[in-house]
Each structure stands twice: as C-alpha cells, then as structure tokens.
Ligand binder design. Structure first.
Ligand code: PMP
Length: 356
C-alpha cells in the first residue's frame, strides 16, 4: 500500500506505540487520585505538558489536554458563545459549524484563523489579523492542527490567545490533543463536572495517549533538528507535483509550492473532467490511498468548501485530490502513483462530456 493520506491521520510512530504500551502497564492509576501510582502517572503527564509548552513557546500552565482538535476548537468557540466571531472561510467544520450555531453580537470579538489549511496546505498570513484583533480589544485563536510539528510555531511571538493541537497528525494517537490558552484570556470549560486540568477540562486523564503525544513530540524534535522531515517530504511532494503537471493532461495545482506559502507535506491537484471521488476509488483499487478534500467531510457529495472559497469554481473543487505525505513515504511511492495516475485520469476524461 502507498499511504498518502497523512493529513487525515498519520501512521503511529513505532516509538509512540512502544511508549504507550509501557504506559498502559506502568501508569495505569487515575492520575487525580492521592496515592503513589497516581502521582507517578501525573508526573508523566506534567512532563508531556512541559514538552508541548516548550515546543510552541508557551508556559506549561497554559496547556490544557483535550480529546483532540475538534474539542479544542469547540471549547474556544463556546467560550465566545453569543460573542462576535469571525473566521476564515477555510476553517475546519469544527470551527465553522460551531461558530454558526453559537455566534452573537457581544464583545469582545473572537477571530479564528487556522495556521495552515488541511486540504491545500496553504499557510495563512495571520500576523496582521492578530494585530487587528488586539487593537480592537478582541482575541485570536488559531487551529494549528496541520501546522504543529511541520513548521516552527511560537505562540508568544505570534501573539496568539488560543491555539489548537492534535496528536494524530504528527504520528501520535487519535483522541488526544491540547488547547493553548494564554494566561488571562477569557475561558469557559466545555466539559464540566471534574476538577482535572484545574477545572478547565473535566474527565479522567488519558495517560497513555498523553504519553504517546509526548513520544511523538520527541520524534519531531529529533527530526526537526536535522530538518530531515521537511527536506525529504517536501522533495517528494514537489517531485509528484512536477510529474503530474508534466504527465497528466488537464492537471492544475491547488497548492502553491513556495516554502512560505504551504506546508511541506500537502499537495492538492485538480484534474479537468475527472471526478475526485472516482479518481480516489481507482487509486484505492491500485493500493494508493489519497483523499478528496478532508476526510471528515468526505461522502457528503458537496464540493470542498475550501476550494470553493479559493477558486469559486465547482468543477475545480469536484475534480480535486489531496496527496499528503509523511515519514513512511519514499521516492518509490511517487513512482507507483505515476505508474497508474495518468491512465486513470485518461480513462475518466474519456467518459466525461467535458472537453479537456
Ligand atoms: N482542524 C483541522 C485543520 C483538521 O485538519 C482536523 C482533522 N482533519 C481537525 C481540526 C479535527 O481534528 P481531530 O481529529 O483531532 O478532532
């Protein structure tokens, strides 16, 4: 299998699996209890909190563990229930849908703009928006789900008030994430009824998953120090883009490949007169795993809201495929895609009434 859907979820790193296996056996106690095994478990959780804080230049007490990015995003939006909320049109549905339900007229206003988009890899220019938000006395949240671990992020330098993180996009487990909340920023817990996380997020700690997140962060630190991930993954992504443009009729990129414009690992491409979902299924039959838009919205039949916002062209949106790379990918994978993709697109284009 050629797995090219890392933006939907990554393969768990072997170091993460090992750390979690040990954690399940060793740190089984409920960390909130008062006995020694509880203290040992809590100690491990605090180590991960420190690691995570260091990675984004936050204070450990500014990190709240959650069940993932969807919960972190919901928590921020619900904190601003009945407040003015402005988001980019490219946000994940866990922002867009929540904001639609809960926004109102009250001030201070919340701005929520993701750091990098999950469908195209686009890096949004949020710096001036953050300044604008603060000049107006508002707050700024950024969904870092796709950017965390891929590009350096300094929440203090950026001036973020809230930031969302998820473990499973960086080789950690699904179902664990975090929310950065700047000291003094407005906050309302989403899950109440437990004193965990200083009353900011109720629910028994998922110790093994938190330790898994910590192990994934350790691996990122190592890889980033050697800039291995970035260089290798970017080279594969750019090579695939170059070959698609050269070898596949009617192809156009929806990702700007310049290093300051996109994440290194995501490539979104449209193929004229070929349906994205059909391409995905044909590739799947060849053992090549990709996505159309975002996995969370897959199957609803609607064109990607991200590509519609960017291009306004339903045909481009309907004919798009996202290739997203990760640690396991090699040049051989690009080769395998290019062995079958031109034929699949040609077959679909011949069936279509649209001229290429
Ligand atoms: N935000 C973005 C930008 C995402 O890409 C995703 C995952 N597709 C999420 C939020 C939701 O993440 P989680 O699975 O951790 O809830």
């Amino acid at each position: 299998m050629v797995y090219l859907d890392y933006a939907a979820t990554g393969v768990m790193l072997p170091e993460v699996v090992e750390a979690m296996r040990e954690a399940e056996l060793e740190f089984f106690a409920n960390p909130s209890a008062l006995h020694t095994p509880a203290h040992l478990a809590m100690n491990e959780i605090e180590k991960v909190r420190e690691k995570l804080a260091k990675m984004i230049n936050a204070e450990p007490e500014e990190i709240i563990f959650t069940s993932g990015a969807t919960e972190s995003n919901n928590t921020v939006i619900r904190t601003f229930e009945r407040h003015e909320i402005e988001t980019s049109p490219l946000e994940h549905h866990s922002i867009l849908e929540t904001a639609k339900i809960f926004r109102g007229e009250k001030k201070p206003k919340l701005y929520s703009y993701m750091f990098a988009n999950n469908e195209t890899g686009e890096l949004l220019d949020i710096k001036t928006l953050i300044e604008k938000a603060h000049t107006e006395g508002g707050y700024f949240h950024s969904d870092l789900t796709q950017a965390f671990g891929k590009v350096p992020i300094d929440v203090k330098e950026l001036g973020l008030d809230y930031a969302t993180i998820s473990a499973h996009k960086i080789g950690g487990p699904v179902g664990i994430g975090a929310l950065y909340v700047k000291k003094g920023a407005l906050f309302k817990p989403l899950l109440v009824g437990g004193n965990q996380e200083k009353g900011r997020r109720g629910g028994t700690y998922n110790t093994a998953a938190i330790i898994g997140l910590g192990a994934a962060i350790d691996e990122i630190f190592k890889k980033r120090a050697s800039s291995e991930y970035d260089t290798r993954v970017r080279a594969l992504r750019d090579e695939l883009a170059r070959r698609i443009l050269e070898e596949v009729k009617g192809s156009s990129l929806n990702t700007d490949l310049s290093p300051d414009k996109s994440l290194p690992n995501i490539l979104n491409v449209s193929f004229r007169a070929a349906e994205g979902e059909a391409i995905q299924l044909y590739l799947d039959a060849e053992g090549i795993i990709v996505s159309t838009g975002s996995a969370c919205a897959a199957g609803d039949g609607k064109p990607s809201h991200v590509l519609m916002a960017k291009t306004g062209d339903a045909e481009i949106a309907h004919s798009s495929i996202r290739f997203s790379f990760g640690v396991s990918n090699t040049k051989d994978d690009v080769e395998k895609v290019m062995e079958v993709l031109p034929g699949i697109i040609d077959k679909l284009q011949k069936m279509s009434t649209i001229e290429v």
